[in-house]
Write a protein that binds this ligand. Sequence first.
Ligand code: S3P
Length: 444
Amino acid sequence: MSSSTNPSPRTLRTQGPLSGVARVPGDKSISHRSVMLGALAVGRTKISGLLEGEDVLATAEAFRQLGANVTREDSGLWIVDGVGLGGLESPAEVLDMGNSGTAARLLLGVLAGHPIRTFMTGDASLRSRPMKRVTDPLTAMGARIETRPGGRLPLMIDGAESVLPITYELPVASAQVKSAVLLAGLMSRGETSVIEGVATRDHTERMLTHFGGEVMSEALPEGGTRISVKGEPELTAADIRVPSDPSSAAFPMVAALIVPGSEVTLPAIGMNPTRTGLIATLQDMGGDIELSDERIEGGEPVADVTVRHSALKGIEVPPERAASMIDEYPVLCAAAACAEGTTKMVGVHELRVKESDRIAAMVAGLRANGVDCADGEDWMSVEGRSGDINGGATVETFLDHRIAMSFLVLSLAAKNPVTVDDDAPIRTSFPNFFDLMRGIGCEA
Ligand code: S3P
């Protein structure tokens, strides 16, 4: 996995404008779910465009160890032969979820509904991340879970013999927690509900429907939404076409905005409204981002995105937008550093418990490269330098792919190269990042 013992420092530069068409790899969230639901369905699921990053490969390997047949054809098509709901077997080995919080937390939901014992671990980053947010509701549903102190991995889970359907109000805006509870609810006899105050990504709900599950969504009079699943559905294998990941597209998108003279087109990017907060924010900052050929592919909205270099202005990002761009704040910092004026990001406490403490990592790296910033527990601000960025420093990436890619994008607009201490984490979500960036004119 990505916890390399020999870190490989890296930079990214360009001599001129970025241009061309770049095909961004498959959506990470949708890729994980397609393997998981494919494994729980009856029959053969064929997945095209699956993200072949380390995070998704960890999910595929875990499901193999749990008894599903998950293979890749030479054409790049992935095949999952499902075992049916409740059909997973106790794995002989400890499951290693690598760097992936999504893999670990969603899988815990699945395992909570299978009466088998499983041991789970991950890399140093994942072992430091909070699991109590999923182990609390899954314990209430009947699973028995023993974690390391502080609710951390490694852990052991004994799934419930009989899952109790619950109604769970999310204490944090988290699609991973919502999904874990809904997935466990599939194995119950009744109806399981999650109440969310703000909308988080709804790929689990969409894909469950695609596989024949019953998902109900109801707006509540007091605000928020109740999402419910009927237990013991007949999940039937269904083919999936994974759209390009908007969270990965964010890197070439910001690169094109901040390198003078650039124009880049990114085809078939996922436009699920729970994921498009960054585009709205960059447009509010004055970014020239044009969507064309908006369409539905495999149950998810997609569009071609064309981005042109723009003079950006700092703004205050509305906190209610946080869930729809939670993974994009690091690369927004790169755009903010190049803008004129201050960009303030509020209501972003969750950034402290991602693959790294992303507020701390961004603030340290920006300051080292000559960009002023400030932060508090749940906010940060960046003083834009209208493109006058000194650069020249090496930043620590803390096993965090998005920190690494964000500083490499910033390097494109800096006077001196910005270097990241290790490029290995990028393989978790964007294995062809350097090839793609070279394809639009970068030197890597
Ligand atoms: C994800 C949900 C988000 C996001 C992560 C992927 C998912 O995490 O940051 O990269 O696929 O459900 P949280 O649920 O912790 O917000």
